[in-house]
Design a protein around this ligand. Sequence first.
Ligand SMILES: Cc1ncc(C[n+]2csc(CCOP(=O)(O)OP(=O)(O)O)c2C)c(N)n1
Ligand SMILES: CC(=O)[C@@H](O)[C@H](O)COP(=O)(O)O
Ligand SMILES: [Mg+2]
Length: 621
Amino acid sequence: MSRILDRVNDPRDLKALSPKELRKLAAEIREVIVETVARNGGHLAPNLGVVELTLALHYVFDSPKDRLVWDVGHQCYTHKLITGRKERFHTLRQYGGIAGFPKRAESPHDIVETGHSSTSISYGLGLAVGLRLLQKEGRTIAIIGDGSMTAGLAFEGLNNAGHLREDLIVILNDNEMSISPNVGALSSFLSRRMTGRLARRLKKDIEHLAERLPRGEQLLQLLRKSEGLLKSALTPGMLFEALGFEYIGPVDGHNLEGLIKLFQNLREIRGPLLVHVLTKKGKGYPPAEADPETFHGIGPFDPTSGRPLKEEGPPSYTAVFSRTMLRLAEIEPRLVAITAAMPTGTGLKAFGERFPERFFDVGICEQHAVTFAAGLALEGLIPVCAIYSTFLQRAFDQLIHDVALPNLHVIFALDRGGIVGEDGPTHQGQFDLTYLRLIPNFTVMAPADENELQHMLYTALELPGPVALRYPRGSGVGIPLEVEFRKIPYGKAEVLREGRDLALLAIGNMVHPALAAAEILEKEGLSVTVVNARFVKPLDAELICDLASQTGRVLTVEENTLLGGFGSAVAECLADHRVSARLKRLGLPDRFIEHGAPVLLREKYGLVPASIAEAARSLLS
Ligand SMILES: Cc1ncc(C[n+]2csc(CCOP(=O)(O)OP(=O)(O)O)c2C)c(N)n1
Ligand SMILES: CC(=O)[C@@H](O)[C@H](O)COP(=O)(O)O
Ligand SMILES: [Mg+2]
C-alpha cells in the first residue's frame, strides 16, 4: 500500500490532504523516525512529541517565506521529512548524510543552523524586524521547548520582542521535560497542576484578608464573582502578558485539526503572540513515552523492545568522572556539583541522588551556572561545574570576569572535549583548549586516559584558582582504575617513552594514539620520545625546551583547533625561550567539523596513529 508520505515532497502538498490523511501521515512519520533512529541513533523522544505540531505549522504557514525557527533543532525530523529530504532521511547523522539538526546548506526551509538552545526567540525577532524593514512578506515563528525557555537568552528575546511589539509568534512546546525532568521556578509556574494549587491558596489568603477588613463581606462577594478572572490571571499567561505578549493556551499539541484551526486564526493577528502547546515527549512509541529521558538522545536500539544495542567496552570517561565525584564528596565536605540541565549526560545524576543538598541542576543556564559557582566559591565551597565543552562556550565572559579575575577556586569538568561525532559542528568540543588557555589564572589539564582523569580531579581539589579538565565523549582507553588517588605534579608533563629522533608531545586523548604511532615508527628504526603533556596551562616549558634542543624536531598532537591550542602553546614556548627546532602541529583545522562517526572524523583529520606516524616521518625526512 502506498504511503501518504510518498506524496509529500514539499510542505504545500500537505494542503491537499484530508484530516484523516494527515493523521495517517503523522503515524507514518512516527514509524520512519523510530526505524531510522533505531538504526542511526538520534533524538527520538523530542521528535515523536512534535509530529502533529510540525504538520500543523507547515499546513498553515508558508515555509520558507514564513520563517520557522526550531530552538535547539533536535526536534526537526518531521520538518526534514516533509521539506524534500525523505529520500535521504535514512542517512540521518551519518558522515555525508542528513544532519540531525537544521542545516542551511540542506534546505531553504532550514532558516538557521542550531544545536545550542534558547536562540529561537532572538533569531526570530531579528528575522521579523528584517522582514518588516526590508518590506518582505512573511511571518516568523519560533518553536521553543519548556527546557530551552529556562535560559536567560530566551527571556532577553521575549523582553525585547514585547517592547518592540513586533509580529512574532512564539510556540512554547511544553512537555514538562528538559532532557531530564525540567527544573526551576518557571517550570513549576508553567505546570498546570501548580496553577490550580496556587489559585486556591491565593483565593484563601484573600478571603482571610477580606474577613478582617472593614466592608469585608462586600469584598468577599466581589471576589466570589471574579473567581474565573482570578484563575485566568494565574495561568502562565500572566507571565508572558506582563512581557508584552498575547498569550494563547494551553492547547493540546497532538490534536492536529485543533492546531490547524488555531494557527489559521492567529495567522491574522499581529504583534507578539505566545502559544502554549502541551505535548508528550516520545508520543506514539511506548518505550519512549515511558522513559523520555533515555530516549531523548539515544544510540542504536532494538525498535521492538526499545533496548539499546550496547557495545561492551571500558567505562566511559563520564562514568569515571561520576564515580570519582562520589568518592571525592566523601572525603571533601566542601565539594558541591553543578549541572546546566545535563545530570545524566555529565554523570552527575548519581551525585544528586547521594548528596541532594550538594547538587544543583540550574536549568539550561550555563552562564548562570558559572557565576553561581563563583558565588559558592567565594563562601568557601569547592564547586565542580560539569558542562559539556561546547556548551561552556556560552559562559566565556563568566569564566573570565566572574571566576578568573577574582581568581576563584572553581573546577570545570568539560565533558565531550574534542570530536563528539554524530551531533556535528554545533556540538564538537573543538575550541576549549584555546578559549581556556588564554584566560589568566586558569589551570588547564587534559587526562590521557580514564585513570588519569580520576587523579586529575583529585588533584584539582587542592590547586589554587580556576581549574579546567577536559576529556572526550565515550569509552575510556581501558586502563584499570587505581584504587588510591594520586596527586599529579603541578605543571609537569610525563615522559612515557624515550627516543633520539623526535619529541612527540601529545595532550589528552591523543596520548595513546601517539604511543601507538611511536610503535609503528620504532619498527621502521625511528626512535621517538613520547610525552603526555597533561597541562596545556601551565606548560612544562623546561621539559619541552630540553627535548626540542636534544632532538631538534617536535611534533604536537591534540584534538582541538590548531588555532591557539596546545601546539600553539608549544610554538610560543619555543619562541619565547629562543629554542629553534622543526615543529609540526597536528590538530583540527580552522573550520567547523562536520557530523559523522568519531572514528571516521579522526581518520579524516589525521588524528590516528598512522597519520601521526606519517607526520613524524615527514618531519624527519
Ligand atoms: C546551550 C545548551 N545547553 C545544553 C544543551 C543540551 N540540551 C539539548 S536539548 C536539551 C533539553 C531541551 O529541552 P526542551 O527545550 O524542553 O526540549 P524537549 O527536548 O523537551 O523537546 C538540552 C539541555 C543545548 N543543546 N544547548
Ligand atoms: C540536543 C542536545 O544538545 C543534546 O541532546 C546532545 O545531543 C546530547 O549529547 P550526548 O549524547 O553526547 O549526551
Ligand atoms: Mg521540553
